[in-house]
Write a protein that binds this ligand. Sequence first.
Ligand code: SAM
Length: 513
Amino acid sequence: MGSELIQIKVASQAGLPGAPRSSSGAAGGAASFAAWGLVNERITANGACGVGRTPGPTNADPPSETVATAGTLKTFYIETFGCQMNVHDSEKVQGVLMARGMTPVENHHEADLVLYNTCSIREKAAQKVFSRLGVFRKGRSGAPKLIGVLGCVAQQEGERFFQRAPQVSLVCGSASYSKLPELLDQLEAGKQRVTGLSLHTKECFETEMTRRDNPFRAYLTIIEGCDQRCSFCVVPMTRGPERSRPSDKILAETRRLVDQGYAEIQLLGQIVNAWHDPSPARLSFAELLSRLAEVPGIRRVRFTTSHPRYFTSDIVQAIDANPNLCDQIHLPLQSGSTTVLARMLRGYTREEYLDKIHGIRKARRAISLSTDIIVGFCGETGEDFEQTLSLIKEVEYDQVFSFKYSPRPNTLAEGSRDALAEEEKGRRLTELQELQRQIQMRRNQALLGESFEVLVEGYQARLGQAVGRSTTNRVINFPGRPEDVGRYLTVKVTSAGPNSLVGARPGSADLRF
Ligand code: SAM
C-alpha cells in the first residue's frame, strides 16, 4: 500500500526481462521468499538542475575520496527504502544503469557505484540515511567508490548533502531521474559532484528497460508527483508536480509485461486515481482500468494509492464488470474527525468518506478494504481520536497502516504550536492497533472453510510451506511444493490469525498456527 514501507536490496536475476518463465508466470524453478532479493521488513526545492555548469565542487570542498572515474563505472549496487513507488523507481534506475552496460552486484563492497534511494515521509525514515551512507563508505579493498543518493531525502537536502556526507558524489530527486544518464556521464568524465534537483518538470521517468525485482507482480507507474498539498505531507515538495503518463504508453507497457510472463500488474501513483489521460484518447481512470483488464493474458490488476477525493463510483462499476480487477481497494482515511481532516487539507469530511465506503460495500463482489491513518496530528483531541476509532469500528477494514504524526520540513503543519506529546501519540497508536487487530482476527476467522484462488509467491523448503496472495490481497500459507511458485492455485482456509490465513490444497495435510 501507499504506506507499506519496504527495505529492498539489490535483486537476484529472477524477474529480469528475458529470465526463464513458465506459461503460468513463474520465474522458473523454486523461488524462495528471498529469491527476488526482496527483504520485506515492515519498518515499518529548489532551482535549476545543478548539472554541468561548472566543473568541480558546487558549494563545498571536494570529497577527498572521490577521484576521476572515466569509464570505470562497471558495477552498481542499489538499496531502496520506502514505498512501492520508490521500489519501482529503483527498478527503473537499475534498467538505466544496465542499459549503459553496468552490472548489478549483490554487495555494496563490490560496486563501483552505490545508490541509496531514500524516503522522507516520516522523520525516522529520513534519519536512517546518514548512518547507512557511513556503512557504504569503503569498498572491501578500501578503494574509493562513487556513492549517490536518490529519492525524497536527496530532494529535500539538496546540495547540503555534500557537507553532511562528503563521500556522496551524486544527489538526485525523483523528478530528475530522466537526467541520470547525463549525470553519470559527468561523473565518468571526472566531475566530482553532480545534482539533479529541479522540480520544474512535466516529464515522467520513461525507461527503455526496467529491471523488475518481483517475478510475479509488475509495478507500473501511471502518475508521478502530487499536487494535493495535504498539510502533513512532504511528497509535493520531494516528488514535484503531478504528471500523468498517456494511456497508450501504459497499455503498451502492459502488453510487453504479458509478453515477459507477467499476469499481475499493480498501477502506482501517489494519488493513482487523480490520473488523467494526456493522450487524445482522454480515458478516465475507470476506463483505463477496464482497458487494462481487457489486455489478453492479464489476470490481476491492482492500483494504489487512491485518494477519497477522486474516488468515483465508476471505479467500483469497472471492478464489478471486470473480474480481473482485484477485489481490493486501499483508501487512506488519515482521520475519522472532520475537524482534523479540514486541518489536514484532505478535501473530504467523515460523512463524505463513509459515503464512498458504502458505495464500495454495495459492489457485487466483496471488496477488501484497507486504509492509512495518522494518529496525534496537531490539535487532535481525545474526541477527535474517538471518532477515528468509531469509524474503524463502523468500516471494519481488512488492514490498517497506522502512523504517529511526524512533523515534516516545509509542510504547512510544520511548527504547529498544538503538537501532541510523543507519549500520547504512542498511547493512541497502540489503542488503535489493538482495536484493528481484533477486527482483523474476527474478519479472518469468518473466512474459515472458504476457498480462494491464490498466486503462489514463495516457498519455504524448511517448512514445506508455500505462500500465496488472494485477489483481496490476503496472505495464505499452505503445504506446497517448490514448483507451485508462480502458479494460481485454489486453497481452502483452515485456520486464521489477524495478519494471515492458513490453508490447504484439496487432498493435502493441514497446516496449523
Ligand atoms: N499520497 C497518498 C495519500 O495522500 O493518501 C499517501 C502516500 S504516503 C507515501 C503514505 C502514508 O504515509 C499516508 O497515507 C499517511 O498516512 C502517512 N504519512 C504521510 N505523511 C505523514 C506524516 N507527516 N506523519 C505520519 N504519517 C504520514
